[in-house]
Design a protein around this ligand. Sequence first.
Ligand code: NAI
Length: 260
Amino acid sequence: MGTLNPNFEGEAVIVTGATSGIGREIALRFGDAEAAVIVADIEKEPKDAAVPTHEVIVDEGGTAEFVQADVTDCSQLTELVNIARDYGGVDVMINNAGLFIGGSILELDPEEFDQIHAVNARGVYFGTQVAAIDMIDRGEPGVILNTASISSNNAQFDQVQYDSTKGAVRMITRGAALELAEEGIRVNAVAPGQIGTEFIDGWSEEAPEAAKNDDLIKPVPLGRAGTPEDVAGAYLFLASEEAGYVTGDLVSVDGGWQVF
Ligand code: NAI
């Protein structure tokens, strides 16, 4: 099989939730592809690695900066696009930060509901807004990518609050794509399946076994859990000119989880 060799030299990419997990790998891949990467996260120290994301990129000769930012705070999202102006302005905004809170709808605590929606849905909405306004102001249309989930399309037991945030991400993506198309801005989402990260405590160890049996409602057709490396390439494709006619879509990277 061939490989794509994306290059984003001269472009500025913001990745939220880029300290750990999927966001970290996305940031590293854009760093490899010569983008200037703004690594935005509420935490500086990775849960799953020794060296912070931006340091890996810089150590390998790339350009990256860590910015401590909470996506629930609109002024901090605006600050991210302001910082991107130091690198020519945001070309690719990746709203990836997310958290998981499980539990039955019969037990759901209103504060937890607000917390998970503030990060997973509101953070994506306003991350999209600030990036789009900045692109329009500069007259430089770019690309906005959101991290959705298999939960954007499918209910899972004891996940109604999480699933509802990811359903919102799907519709934020589609609505924004519709509205921003005339500005030349493309908006898409990536929907990862079961990816072994520290998103849920201990999940990186459990995910490979869970993928082979029906512990999680159904097994993964490709027979294994995914990795951040499996997912990151979709973001590079969607950000690239190769995807110039793709907007409003939700690209699943789930080992076939949704086929049955
Ligand atoms: P992770 O927990 O490894 O990484 C999430 C990152 O987001 C962390 O670095 C965390 O510090 C950051 N973050 C959390 N709240 C934040 C906030 N308020 N502001 C800024 N940063 C914040 O988890 P993972 O798995 O890499 O998740 C990334 C995205 O992928 C999330 O949106 C998640 O919902 C989504 N996803 C994950 C799947 C999985 O199986 N791991 C499956 C489908 C979607």
